[in-house]
Ligand binder design. Structure first.
Ligand code: ASP
Ligand code: MG
Length: 789
C-alpha cells in the first residue's frame, strides 16, 4: 500500500497489556514510519473519569475511585513496559494528583479531565512502539485541532491542517500517536467530540493529514449483511459505498457513526473497518464511491421510540424537518396516523425538547412507547427491492418507508429477529445462480445474445438472482466458462478460447458447474442435438427450444422425454418452435385451463407460403414467384424445404401434442407442392426444372377461380366424434375466410372452441430474428418464474 495511513484503536482494543502488544504489532506490520495512529482511552477509562466527575459534582468522596483508576493505568504501564515504564509512571502519578486537585476545586474543567484517558493511551502506545524499535511520539490533538464552540464542535480546516503539518514536520520518520476524542478552541480550552468521538477524530485527522486511507481497528471484523448476533449466517461485507455506510449509521447501526463518515466526503479516502483481535482476517472497506458489487445489508434495532401525534399534517412535516436540522432525522415517519420513530438514544438526547417543539407547532403528543423495533434494508438501489421487501411484511408491520438508500419498517420488538431472518434470506442472502448455455450462435442466436445483454441486469433484479451466460455451443466448437461470458463481447472470447466439439463433452462440463440451475437454449435446427435431449435432462439441465425436431419427433421419444422431465423436475418449453413470438402456446394453455374445449386448429404456419399465396394471381407462373421469393431471401436456401409442407406438418404435430393428442408425423396427411420427380434432385437440377411446379398449381388455381374461392396452402386439425383429422396442403376458402385475408408473409393460427365458435385468430410474423429471439427469452423467463417465485 502506498501513501500515509492512519490507524485508529478504540478502548476495547487497548483494554490490557496484551492488547497494547497486539496493537503495537499491528502498527508495525500493517504500516510504515510516517503513519499516524489515533487512540481512545483504554478500556473503560472514560467512564471512570465521568464517574469521578459525577461524585465530585454531588460533593461525594471520589478518592477511592481515583485510586482505583490510578491502579488500572499503573498496571497497564508496568505490564506493558516493565521497568522501562518508570518515566510514564511518574507522569501518571503527577496527572492523578492534578486530577484530584481539579475535582476538588470549582469550576471544574470537565473536558480537560476527560482528556487524560486518551493522553495516557497515546503516551503508553508511543513508548511501547519506541521500545520495540519503531520510533514513535505521542501528540496531543489540542496542539493542532482547532474546534469552535458549537454544541457539536466543528473544525477550522485550514488552520488545523496547517498546524498538524507543522507538528508532523517536527517528528520526521516517526509514528505519531495522536489522542482521539477532543481538540481545543481558540482559547486553548479542551473541546470534546462526544462519546465515542474518537472514530470521528480518526477520519478528521486523516483528512487533515491527507492520508491515503484510514483503518478503524475495533472488536468486530467489519460490517455484516445482518446482525451476526441475530443470524448465524450473516456474512461479512467486503465493501460498502459511503452512502450505504452512512444510511446504516443513520438507521442506528452501532458500527460507524454518521459523523465519522463526513470527512470521507471531503477527501476521497477509503475507510477500513477491521478487528484488532484477528488482524489477518477479511474486513470491510468503505469506498468513497459505490461499486455495483455491493450487496444489500439488513439492519435492525430491537427497540425504537415511537411517538404518536395529533394535529395537522404540514405541522407534522415541519416537526420532522426540525428533527433533521438537529441532526436527528426520524428513522421512519407516517402521516396517517401521525407517527415518527427515533432511536432510544436520540429520544433520550432530546428529552422534553421534542414535545415542546411539537406543541409550538400546534401538535399534541398522544403517546410514546418502545415496544416496536426497526428492520431496514440498505442498498444502493432500494427501489429494486421494494416489492420483495413489502411481500415479507406481516400485518403487524408498519408500511415500508423509503429512504435514499434504504427501505425501513417498524414491527413489534418480538418480531424483529424473524423479519431480519426472512429479509436476509430473500433480499440479502446468497443469490440463486442460473447458468445459460446457448446452442446455435447464428442469426437468431446472436439476436438472443444482444437481447440478453440488454436484459441481464433487469432480470437479475426482478428475480433477485444472478443470471450468467456460461456456454456457447456452435456446430464445431464450444466455449464453456462457469464464471460467465459477457454476452455483449462474446465473439472475441469464442474465437480465442472455443474448443473443438467432441460428442457431449460440453455437457459433461456444464453439468458439474457450481450453479443452482442451468438452462440450455437450443436455437439450432439440429436433429442430433434434439436426440440428446434425454441425456441433457438427465444431466440436470432445463430446456428451451426453437428447434422443432424434438417436439415433432417420434411419439415414443417425445413421451419418454416428457416422462423424464417430470421425474427429474426439469422444464422444457418450445414456444419459439411454432409461430416464433406469437402467443400460441399461452392461448392453448389458457383455453385449457379456463374449461374451454378446442375442436379445431388450423392456419398458415409458414411465412414463405403465406407470401407466395398472397402474391399468386395466375397471371404469371407460380415458379417465377418462387424464384422471386428466393432472390428476396424469403425462402429457405432450398425452396423445397418450404414447398414440401414438412415444416408446417411438424408445427401442426407440435400443436396437436400440446392439445394432448397422441399423434405421429405420418398421421398428418401432407400434400407437397413439389412433384415427386423433383423431390430428390440436387438443388441445381431442381432449379433448372422448376417450371414443372406450374401445371399442378395452375390447375388448382383455375378450379378455385371457377368456384369463386381463394387458393391457399394451410394446415388443419379437427377433433370430433369421428376422431382426429389432420392435413397440410392446398385449400380453397371463401374470400371472406381469415386465410384469404392474411397479410403477405404473416402466420395465422385459427382456433375453434366451445367458447370461440367463430374462431380465435392469432396472427403476425411467425419467423424472424428479433421475434424468435424474444420467444426464446420469454420461455426462459417463464422457466425462471417457476424456479424462483
Ligand atoms: N474515550 C471516548 C469515549 O469513551 C471516546 C471514544 O472512545 O471514542 O467515549
Ligand atoms: Mg411461438
Amino acid at each position: 500500500m502506498t501513501g500515509k495511513q492512519l490507524h485508529k484503536f478504540g478502548g476495547s482494543s487497548l483494554a490490557d497489556a496484551e492488547c497494547y502488544h497486539r496493537v503495537a504489532h499491528i502498527v508495525q506490520t500493517h504500516g510504515h514510519a510516517g503513519d499516524l495512529v489515533v487512540v481512545s482511552a483504554a478500556g473503560k477509562t472514560t467512564n471512570a473519569l465521568l464517574d469521578l466527575l459525577r461524585l465530585a459534582r454531588h460533593g461525594q468522596p471520589f478518592e477511592e475511585a481515583l485510586a482505583e483508576l490510578k491502579r488500572f493505568q499503573q498496571t497497564l504501564v508496568s505490564e506493558t513496559l516493565g521497568a522501562s515504564g518508570q518515566p510514564l509512571s511518574d507522569q501518571l502519578a503527577a496527572d492523578i494528583a492534578h486530577i484530584g486537585q481539579c475535582l476538588g476545586a470549582e469550576p471544574r474543567d470537565c473536558a480537560a479531565i476527560q482528556a487524560f484517558g486518551e493522553l495516557w493511551s497515546a503516551r503508553l502506545l508511543a513508548a511501547l512502539l519506541s521500545r520495540l524499535g519503531a520510533p514513535a511520539t505521542a501528540l496531543d490533538a489540542r496542539d493542532f485541532l482547532l474546534l469552535d464552540d458549537s454544541v457539536q464542535p466543528r473544525p477550522d480546516w485550514a488552520r488545523s491542517a496547517e498546524a498538524l503539518h507543522r507538528c508532523l514536520a517536527q517528528r520526521p520518520n516517526q509514528r505519531v500517536v495522536v489522542t482521539g476524542y477532543f481538540g481545543a478552541n481558540a482559547q486553548g480550552r479542551t473541546r470534546l467530540l462526544g462519546r465515542n468521538g474518537s472514530d470521528y477524530s480518526a477520519t478528521l485527522i486523516a483528512a487533515l493529514a491527507e492520508a491515503a486511507e484510514v483503518t478503524i481497528w475495533t472488536d468486530v471484523a467489519g460490517i455484516y449483511n445482518a446482525d451476526p448476533n441475530l443470524l448465524a449466517d450473516a456474512r461479512l461485507q467486503a465493501s460498502l459505498s459511503l452512502d450505504e455506510a452512512d444510511q446504516l449509521a443513520r438507521l442506528g447501526s452501532p458500527v460507524l457513526h454518521s459523523r465519522t463518515l463526513q470527512p470521507l466526503r471531503q477527501v476521497a479516502m477509503a475507510l477500513n473497518v477491521r478487528s484488532s483481535y484477528t488482524p489477518d482476517s477479511p474486513y470491510t472497506r468503505i469506498l468513497p464511491r459505490g461499486s455495483e458489487q455491493t450487496e444489500p445489508v439488513v439492519t435492525s434495532l430491537g427497540r425504537v421510540t415511537l411517538y404518536r401525534f395529533q394535529g395537522k399534517v404540514p405541522a407534522f412535516h415541519q416537526l420532522c424537518d426540525w428533527l433533521g436540522q438537529q441532526g436527528l432525522p426520524p428513522l421512519a415517519d407516517y402521516d396517517q396516523p401521525l407517527m415518527l420513530a427515533l432511536t432510544c438514544e436520540q429520544s433520550r438526547a432530546l428529552g422534553g425538547d421534542l414535545a415542546r417543539q411539537a406543541a409550538s407547532l400546534g401538535l399534541t403528543l398522544l403517546s410514546s412507547g418502545d415496544d416496536y423495533g426497526l428492520v431496514g434494508l440498505v442498498s444502493q438501489h432500494p427501489g429494486r427491492l421494494a416489492g420483495a421487501f413489502a411481500r415479507l411484511l406481516s400485518r403487524s408491520a408498519y408500511p415500508c418507508c423509503r429512504h435514499d438508500q434504504a427501505l425501513v419498517t417498524l414491527v413489534p420488538s418480538r418480531e424483529v429477529t424473524a423479519l431480519v431472518e426472512s429479509i436476509h434470506r430473500r433480499c440479502a442472502g446468497p443469490r440463486r445462480r442460473i447458468g445459460l448455455v446457448l446452442a446455435g450462435k447464428g442469426n437468431i442466436g446472436s439476436a438472443w445474445l444482444d437481447l440478453f445483454s440488454r436484459q441481464q441486469q433487469q432480470l437479475n433484479e426482478e428475480f433477485e438472482a444472478e443470471m450468467r451466460l456460461v456456454g456457447i455451443i456452435g456446430s464445431e466448437h464450444y466455449l464453456i466458462d462457469e464464471a460467465g461470458i459477457d454476452p455483449a463481447r462474446w465473439q472475441g472470447r469464442y474465437q480465442q478460447e472455443a474448443r473443438e466439439c467432441h460428442g457431449l463433452e460440453w455437457l459433461d462440463r456444464a453439468a458439474v458447474m457450481d450453479l443452482d440451475e442451468v438452462v440450455l437454449l437450443d436455437i439450432t435446427a439440429s436433429a442430433s442435438l434434439a436426440l440428446h435431449y434425454p441425456e441433457i435432462v438427465a444431466a440436470g439441465l432445463h430446456l428451451v427450444s426453437a428447434n422443432k425436431q424434438a417436439g415433432s419427433g417420434p411419439g415414443t421419444f417425445y413421451r419418454e422425454l416428457q416422462r423424464q422431465l417430470s421425474n427429474c423436475h426439469r422444464y422444457w418449453r418450445y414456444n419459439a418452435s411454432v409461430g416464433a413470438g406469437l402467443p400460441v402456446f399461452y392461448s392453448i394453455d389458457d383455453l385449457k385451463r379456463s374449461g374451454d374445449a378446442i375442436t379445431s386448429v388450423s392456419g398458415v404456419f409458414s411465412g414463405t407460403l403465406s407470401w407466395l399465396f398472397d402474391h399468386y394471381d395466375r397471371r404469371g407462373p407460380f415458379s417465377e414467384l418462387v424464384l422471386q421469393a428466393k432472390s428476396e431471401g424469403l425462402t429457405e436456401p432450398d425452396p423445397r424445404d418450404d414447398l414440401s409442407g414438412r415444416d408446417m406438418q411438424r408445427k401442426l404435430l407440435i400443436l396437436a401434442r400440446e392439445l394432448g393428442l397422441t399423434l405421429e408425423l405420418e398421421q398428418i396427411e401432407l400434400e407437397s407442392l413439389v412433384p415427386a420427380a423433383l423431390a430428390d434432385l440436387p438443388l441445381e437440377q431442381f432449379l433448372a426444372r422448376i417450371e414443372e411446379l406450374d401445371p399442378l398449381m395452375q390447375a388448382a388455381a383455375d378450379e378455385a377461380k371457377a368456384r369463386g374461392l381463394a387458393l391457399r396452402y394451410a394446415a388443419s386439425l379437427t377433433i370430433d366424434e369421428a376422431g382426429v383429422r389432420a392435413r397440410v396442403g392446398l385449400e380453397q376458402v371463401a374470400h371472406s375466410h381469415p386465410f384469404a385475408n392474411l397479410p403477405a408473409g404473416d402466420n395465422q393460427f385459427l382456433f375453434l372452441s366451445k367458447h370461440y365458435p367463430n374462431g380465435l385468430v392469432i396472427q403476425g410474423p411467425g419467423a424472424g430474428r428479433e421475434v424468435t429471439a424474444a420467444a426464446v427469452q420469454s420461455d426462459f423467463v417463464a422457466i425462471c418464474r417457476r424456479l424462483l417465485h
